[in-house]
Design a protein around this ligand. Structure first.
Ligand SMILES: NC(=O)c1ccc[n+]([C@@H]2O[C@H](COP(=O)([O-])OP(=O)(O)OC[C@H]3O[C@@H](n4cnc5c(N)ncnc54)[C@H](O)[C@@H]3O)[C@@H](O)[C@H]2O)c1
Length: 458
């Protein structure tokens, strides 16, 4: 099939590359010149495992092209994805300006040559598929003075559930594919597009890849509004699980329980499930915070007070700064001390800094007069570029960050940090204080090597 994808970010680029790998002909539409140039040089503008190799392969095979505008290609597209960003506005509402721009272009490029499915893959407030339809009509009307015939197109919702860091894997082996549309032909076309994934009939793209034992992927077909709501509900539930684990951690600490054991114990219950129960510095990233805020606003617009959503966000806000409170308890006063911060990306495996807990922690440390040396294996360039205002030092290695530091705060649990012996950490820190925001180390081991060790909920 011919597929156009608006937006070559974490979602659009991965979706486009994977669909091309599955044999479709894909055009990416990306207005940011620098990104486009990087992609057209066969490079990935984002850090995502396996993405660059796959991108190069599908480009060499002529199955993926990236352009700044794609009016001519749009007429030939069987399916057009909208995968642009929907960042939060200051009041928490989702900013739909990029979705609108994309929908206007789609309307402007519509010729009726082919019946087309326009798919919202971006996370958009409930009811946005209706807006997309209106904007497509506006784009067409601007050129032709009338709205396009309804039989030319259908607007569908197909929310994305990939996780940064494992995005290609998640796209090839998803737990489910959610499709929301009112027209049966649009659902059929999307099922055809995803057939190799639904049937798991594709050849795994990487030789040494670990392939899960999936024989087929469930397709969840629903209406557009429910589909949009599924995405928000899924993210709200996942964020709530983490906030719940953190609340249990805070109670565990007070009563002398070990939250890791507690979460293990409850996770064995299949009604609860073991995942997303890690206590720590809390959740971050481009999605949870913005999606919870947007869903809260939607609920309020309709006269409902979403207490669980608000508590989920409040617990997370406090949790982020808990590591700083623990540092203050161990290092008095903190003013003028040097602290190493390990991990800046919002989670391991990505260079994404959107709503990263590390940034909240660094800002708070600086506010308290702490001198900060930060290290992250991937995300340091992004932090330097995005936050030149942060007066911190950057180290060339995790070990280097410890030089002259009184304490270490671990925020992002990159695998490479696990490989550094605790003895090395103990020897380099002048006061041997470690605040482990991800429960990465064994408290007994830390004790054995003489580290003054604090973690979360243990
Ligand atoms: N990042 C994730 O892990 C993730 C997971 C699931 C869902 N989502 C959702 O997917 C959407 C995209 O997220 P992302 O992380 O890929 O964002 P992103 O910011 O990485 O990428 C968006 C891209 O769209 C481009 N763009 C902006 N306006 C455009 C236009 N008019 N035409 C074409 N391209 C345009 C931007 O330049 C950017 O490259 C969001 O709604 C997000 O909530 C993201």
């Amino acid at each position: 099939m011919n597929v156009s994808v608006f937006g070559a970010g974490y979602v659009g680029l991965v979706t486009g590359v994977v669909l091309a790998e599955l044999g479709h002909q894909v055009t990416l539409i990306e207005p940011v010149k620098e990104k486009l140039q990087v992609i057209n040089n066969g490079r990935s503008p984002i850090f995502e495992a396996g993405l660059e190799a796959l991108l190069q392969r599908v480009m060499d095979q002529g199955r993926l092209h990236a352009k700044a505008t794609a009016e001519r290609d749009l007429a030939d597209a069987d399916i057009i994805f909208i995968a642009v960003g929907t960042p939060p506005l200051p009041d928490g509402e989702a900013d739909l300006r990029y979705v609108r721009q994309a929908a206007l272009s789609i309307g402007g490029g519509m010729t009726g040559k082919k019946r087309q499915v326009i798919v919202n893959k971006a996370t958009v407030p409930i009811g946005s598929a209706n807006l997309v339809e209106v904007w497509i009509q506006d784009g067409f009307r601007d050129l032709h003075g009338r709205v396009p015939p309804t039989e030319w197109y259908a607007v569908a919702s197909n929310p994305e559930f990939l996780r940064e860091g494992t995005a290609i894997y998640d796209t090839l082996y998803p737990d489910r594919i959610v499709l929301g549309a009112d027209e049966a032909w649009a659902i059929d076309r999307l099922k055809e597009l995803y057939a190799p994934i639904i049937q798991q009939s594709f050849a795994p793209p990487f030789k040494d890849e670990e392939v899960p034992l999936v024989t087929g992927v469930p397709v969840d077909v629903t209406d557009r509004i429910s589909s949009e709501m599924i995405k928000y509900a899924a993210n709200a539930f996942l964020a709530m699980k983490i906030s719940f684990a953190n609340e249990m951690a805070n109670i565990s600490e007070r009563v002398g329980a070990n939250v890791v054991d507690v979460m293990h114990g409850i996770g064995l219950d299949r009604r609860i499930g073991a995942k997303f129960l890690n206590a720590g510095v809390g959740w971050g990233g481009s999605c949870f915070g913005k999606d919870l805020s947007a869903l809260t606003l939607t609920a309020q617009e309709y006269g409902y007070h979403p207490r669980l959503l608000q508590a989920t966000m409040a617990v997370n806000r406090d949790q982020r700064l808990l590591v700083v409170k623990k540092l203050q308890e161990e290092l008095k006063p903190v003013k003028g001390r040097r602290v190493a911060v390990w991990g800046i990306a919002f989670k391991p495996g990505t260079d994404d800094l959107r709503d990263a807990p590390a940034i909240s922690v660094i800002e708070e440390l600086l506010r308290l007069g702490v001198r900060v040396t930060a290290y992250d294996p991937i995300a340091m360039d992004n932090l330097q570029r995005e936050r030149p205002d942060l007066e911190i030092q950057y180290a060339n290695s995790a070990e280097e960050a410890l030089i002259d530091a009184d304490a270490l705060i671990l925020i992002t649990e990159w695998d490479s940090f696990r490989e550094i012996p605790l003895e090395t950490i103990a020897a380099r820190l002048s006061r041997g204080i470690v605040i482990d925001g991800r429960n990465l180390w064994d408290p007994n081991e830390a004790d054995r090597v003489g580290i003054n060790y604090r973690s979360i909920g243990r």
